[in-house]
Write a protein of this length. Sequence first.
Length: 390
Amino acid sequence: MKSLRALHIASFNGNIGDNANHNGFRSKLECSLGSPIQYKELEIREFYQSWNIRDFNSRDFVSLCNNFDFVVIGGGNFFELKWDYSCTGTTINISTDTLNQIKVPIFFNALGCDVAKGASQSAISKFESFLDVITSSDKYMVSIRNDGSYKTLNDLYGNKYNESIYRVPDGGFFFKTKPFYYPELNPKYKSLGINIVSDMKKVRFSKQQIEGIEYEEFIESFARVINNFFYAYEGYQIILFPHIYSDLEAIYKLLERIDDRFRRKRVVVAPYLTGEGADEYIFGLYKQCEVILGMRFHSNVCSIAQQIPTIALSSYKKIVDLYDELQLSDRVVEVNKRGFDNKLQNQIEFTLKNIEDVKKRYGIVNANLLIKGKAFYDEVKKWCMKNDII
């Protein structure tokens, strides 16, 4: 059996959701190809202007790519159209000339296409030119994830790319956890898991939106919901899950507002872990929770994948779009809108009363995603054969 070598360019550090995404993707890919794959990981942030360590359009990068059987870019939200400095309008700042110098096939894997932070006409035009190149040759395979990216592409360019860009479930839907001993659990209590965030406050929360609220109002209202939960459900503790470093700020602000009697006895903060194995531990702990209230994309993806009932705390379009694509839009509460606290309280009560029914719905969703995933990875195998990778 031939062992393959792949250069994998993505985000690997600082967000456990990314790690779960990559592990799920790699598992499906190796199973489909029937070959073991050795990956060299290249952190995409090294190409960011803020880090300024590597350059896509350099001889070193071209030479590195050509030393592997193929290149994987993603998954991740790297088709975000907000970077006017980039020749593609995205963080993948790679020129057509550079693409021509790279002789090995390139797989653009389950990328998010996003204009929620704003996109200039220049970025939109450059991205279209980039897509024209990478969808016109069998050397490339292009896929976007099931988070509304397909609709975004259609809104921007009509149905131009409908036949040339694949729509694929995020790799997090295929991620598997391992059993661990969890000191965070208490046999006296069931657990409600929560992931809240503090990044992109001005994008997520604004009174300029219809019925919009500021971040501080969200925290105040959310804390009231949690305090009410503690009074109503004496048999529960809460586990707070940070995914990236800034989530710790959100957790701190929330804890400041929790009744001290509950804060000292019925609140647990999961460890902030990064890197290899962190995702298996944290999402394994997710699995011990009755319900997850999640703001981050992979907080929701990895919960649904494990049939854990979720209540999506939406403050960003991607979450609404994800649940729309899964036909689970009734599981979303838009927490950046006035009056969300009453809706959330009702949703918590409903979910706890109907846990098994929600799990059954998620089971159906996951079965459909497995079918879609198999069909996609069968296409990946055909692409690999066409390019003599296998």
